[in-house]
Design a protein around this ligand. Structure first.
Ligand SMILES: [Zn+2]
Ligand SMILES: [Zn+2]
Length: 168
């Protein structure tokens, strides 16, 4: 008699619409007390998770890697692929950007904020923030957005909408 292949029991995290892979993986890891390396080991894809969380998608995550992560996080690979930039869309790694109005509605970092071509929030017609409007600290990578506020002065991301300028 062989022992069944028991996987550790994991908390499942539901993705938000438009959420970036960095933000989603950070939430999943915290819920399960996993480091980026720990998640990579579980999925048997090595050390790519930390790179993805910094928006380094070159080389682009392969279908095989996405399927491997999908089997651990229990979100289908197609949904994970939607957390990446579409093929041919350039990524802006830094600074990490934010629309406080969007965050107040759905508390997540959106992948579209990091596209090179994105300069404003189309939903709110506001310019995106690239630092805290109160203390000017840069935003951490979204995988580390645990508290939903500025890392330095604690201003909630959702409140930052009142400091955003109208996009012209
Ligand atoms: Zn917005
Ligand atoms: Zn601040």
């Amino acid at each position: 008699m062989t022992a069944p292949d028991i996987k550790p029991w994991l908390f499942i995290v539901e993705p938000y619409l438009g959420e970036s892979l960095s933000h989603f993986l950070g939430r999943f890891r915290r819920a399960n007390h996993l480091s980026p390396a720990g998640l990579g080991n579980l999925a048997e894809i090595g050390a790519v998770v930390a790179r993805w969380e910094r928006f380094h998608f070159n080389p682009r995550p392969s279908q095989q890697e996405l399927s491997a992560i999908a089997s651990v996080v229990e979100v289908d690979a197609k949904t994970l692929a939607e957390m990446l930039p579409p093929a041919g869309v350039g990524m802006q790694h830094e600074p990490v950007r934010l629309c406080g109005g969007c965050y107040a509605e759905i508390p997540c970092h959106r992948i579209a904020w990091q596209f090179k071509e994105t300069g404003k929030c189309d939903r709110h017609n506001l310019r995106l923030l690239s630092k805290c409007p109160k203390c000017e600290a840069r935003f951490k990578i979204p995988a580390l957005w645990e508290d939903g506020c500025c890392n330095r002065c604690r201003l909630p991301f959702g409140n930052m909408v009142s400091c955003q300028k109208l996009a012209l």
